[in-house]
Write a protein that binds this ligand. Sequence first.
Ligand code: SF4
Ligand code: SF4
Length: 318
Amino acid sequence: MGKVLEKKRLNEFLSKVSKGGDLIAPVKRDTLRFEIVKDFNDICLEGRPLFPVKKFFSPAKEDLFNLNLTNKNKPFDEEKIKLKPRVIFGGRLCDFNGLLKLDKLFLSEEYQDDYYKLARENTLLLGINCDPAPSEYCFCESMDLEKYYDLFFHDMGDKYYIEAGSEKGKTLIIDLEDYDFTIPSIKCEKKLYTKDISKYYDDSAWDKENDKCLSCGKCTAHCTTCLCFDMIDELEADVKHGKRFKEWDSCQFLNFTEVAGGAIFRKDRINRFKHRIYHKLQYFREKFDMDMCTGCGRCIESCPRLIDFTEVINNFKD
Ligand code: SF4
Ligand code: SF4
């Protein structure tokens, strides 16, 4: 049993739950993108933004500390993390499942990323169902997504049916009227027929797609779950001041696996190309018992060479 909210009361509801913080939602600019909402009229729920929400949790560039060797008492000045409470509205199930994968890594028992943790603890996730699938590139139906959100909205015409997925979520809708609704399952035209690709690593079908690949890294930048980063130390000319920052990296770049002495572990593009797919469907599963891919289709939609890894996999013959 969930709750019901009339559409005409949506803005009032969002303004109440985001009071004192930021509301982030899909907004139509040059393209549809998640942004801090300045005007409720800007919110656009048609389509799935090409850029995922990961930038609000693991930004493309993030300063970690400043170096000042002239200050003997405090040579390292850690960036103070300042974050208002935030509500993300209009994320899709693939977006929030993407965060589930990032949580596995950044909130693991062994190693926690304090910046990521703070961002997660300060953000409520209010999702919206895809009915129908918002793009021809989506194949989330094949990816066993989990109910991972605080609230999830289902469009019923002039009303929203709202499911709670957490205790925090339940308190947000406690005052709304109870409602019963049969939730439609997501239907995608595109499918991934097998996720077990272990025996296909040496199949020549990869070569054809690899020949098209530019190693540009667009697929990883747009990916809902790609989380690799580099740590960079930048020194000023006086060699006394500088800073350390974190920046997104991509396994598609030649220097991604470069180590001291100049050795590169994945020098051939084919190995980098296959690494991305095998990380999504095999290596992550071996470690965390789940796929890393959410079937959002962003890597396919953003690829300048129209490379679609689902087609390669679907055409493998036993
Ligand atoms: S976006 Fe396409 S061309 Fe660019 S690295 Fe990824 S697969 Fe290759
Ligand atoms: S690999 Fe592609 S389909 Fe899978 S989560 Fe990343 S962008 Fe989405």
